[in-house]
Design a protein around this ligand. Structure first.
Ligand code: NAD
Ligand code: TYD
Length: 374
């Protein structure tokens, strides 16, 4: 076992910190530890957005544009900034994209994770100073466990892996590599497997932000198949809290499931967002001026935009997380009810047009078109 690293001494490399969860984590960690070193490494793919970090840069948050597959760059960052903690978010993360183009998922999620592990091992275990206290925390997903039937118990840390999409398979492979580096070389690792997140800075290809923005633009709300697939939704800040607890107290070599005991069928979530936006437009007349194409601006309920489309191939029916281990061992409890989190999220998108407007350019339009064509 590597000597435990005190949280106050952690000097973090956050990979994928310009993405949805990574950016939320940087904000969360900066509030919890205003002084600590924070270096973000992000390749700024379509999903990476430096604007999500703009209020942090300069407050001891260093941004480096680069690829996790660039092992010499990772080694240089670890050395130059004397970093002793990697919080690894960087990934290709969208199941639909993994169905169209799996190669990028293998490259970033599997080879990229291995590149980081190799650099960490060289720097923290095999460097001139010998073994130095460190931690490699790997962010994974509940999708590695496969799909559940309606009555099955929720995923636990000892549920066997059964990934169904190329995305889930690539994440499962990366989890195994992390495990192997701990078991074989003694790297101090922890892994968390979290359920679906929602909240600010979420790229609008994923269900919740897509539905909010499509309502605002009067576009169809695509429901895959019968819309009865179930996901277990967690407000992103609550995920960040779970990660912080693991960094502070997590036991080397352990996996922790993080979730919110909050299962919803997709169709019900979409209907809920429709209702919240109808109410927001009814309460604030300026919204109709700002979003003249929105269904409520046209005198129609947002639900009238719901449109059933072909199902995703291999679509997992149900995910549910049993988060009792992290609750029992690290004192984790989500702080946001779903009602609170989803209202905060809808309000955030209504108030932060400047963040999402630039994302709806040509590349996004091509992606949407490809989706509808398939
Ligand atoms: P995201 O797609 O929003 O962000 C991914 C980030 O990684 C982007 O900023 C992108 O530029 C960066 N990136 C991609 N390839 C890179 C590379 N080769 N080198 C450096 N940076 C690269 O993803 P997210 O939703 O924030 O997910 C973050 C992590 O959490 C992922 O590992 C994902 O598997 C996991 N996760 C996500 C969810 C969810 O609901 N979104 C749930 C559980 C786990
Ligand atoms: P998504 O946000 O892509 O997350 P994940 O696939 O990682 O769970 O999708 C959440 C659920 O919503 C999933 O069951 C697929 C479904 N979905 C739709 O029905 N329509 C859509 O347009 C999208 C993007 C997703």
């Amino acid at each position: 076992m590597v000597e435990k690293l005190a949280a106050a001494k952690m000097r973090l490399l956050v990979t994928g910190g310009a993405g949805f969860i990574g950016a939320n984590f940087c904000h969360y960690w900066r509030c919890r530890y205003p002084q600590g070193t924070l270096v973000v490494l992000d390749a700024l793919t379509y999903a990476g957005n430096r604007a999500s970090l703009s209020s942090l840069e300069g407050q001891a948050c260093t941004f480096v544009a680069g690829d996790i597959n660039d092992t010499p760059l990772v080694e240089k960052l670890l050395q130059e900034h004397e970093l002793n903690t990697i919080v690894h978010f960087a990934a290709e993360s969208h199941v639909d994209r993994s169905i169209h183009d799996p190669d990028a998922f293998l490259n970033t999620n599997i080879l990229g994770t291995h590149s980081l592990l190799r650099a960490a091992r060289k720097q923290w275990l095999d460097g001139p100073q010998g073994v130095i206290p460190h931690r490699f925390h790997h962010i994974s997903t509940d999708e590695v466990y496969g799909t559940l039937g309606p009555q099955d118990p929720a995923f636990r840390e000892d549920t066997p892996y059964a990934p169904n999409s190329p995305y889930a398979a690539s994440k499962a492979a990366s989890d195994h590599l992390v495990r192997a580096y701990q078991h074989t070389y003694g790297l101090c690792t922890t892994t968390s497997n979290c359920s679906n997140n929602y909240g600010p800075y979420h790229f609008p290809e994923k269900l919740i932000p897509l539905v909010i923005l499509n309502i605002l633009h009067g576009r169809p709300l695509p429901i895959y198949g019968d819309g009865q697939q179930i996901r277990d939704w967690l407000f992103v800040e609550d995920h960040c809290q779970g990660i912080a607890l693991i960094l502070e107290q997590g036991v080397e070599g352990e996996n922790y499931n993080i979730g919110g005991h909050n299962e919803w069928a997709n169709l019900d979530i979409v209907r809920l967002i429709c209702r919240l936006l109808d109410e927001a437009f009814a309460a604030d007349a300026t919204l109709a001026e700002r979003y003249p194409h929105a269904a409520p601006s046209q005198g129609k309920p947002a639900e009238s935009l719901i449109s059933y489309v072909k199902d995703r191939p291999g679509h997992d029916r149900r995910y549910a997380i049993d988060a009792s281990k992290i609750g029992r061992e690290l004192g984790y409890t989500p702080q946001h009810s779903f009602e609170e989190g989803i209202r905060k999220t809808v309000d955030w998108y209504l108030q932060n047009t400047g963040w999402w407007q630039p994302l709806l350019g040509e590349q996004y339009a091509q992606w949407v078109q490809k989706q509808y064509a398939s």
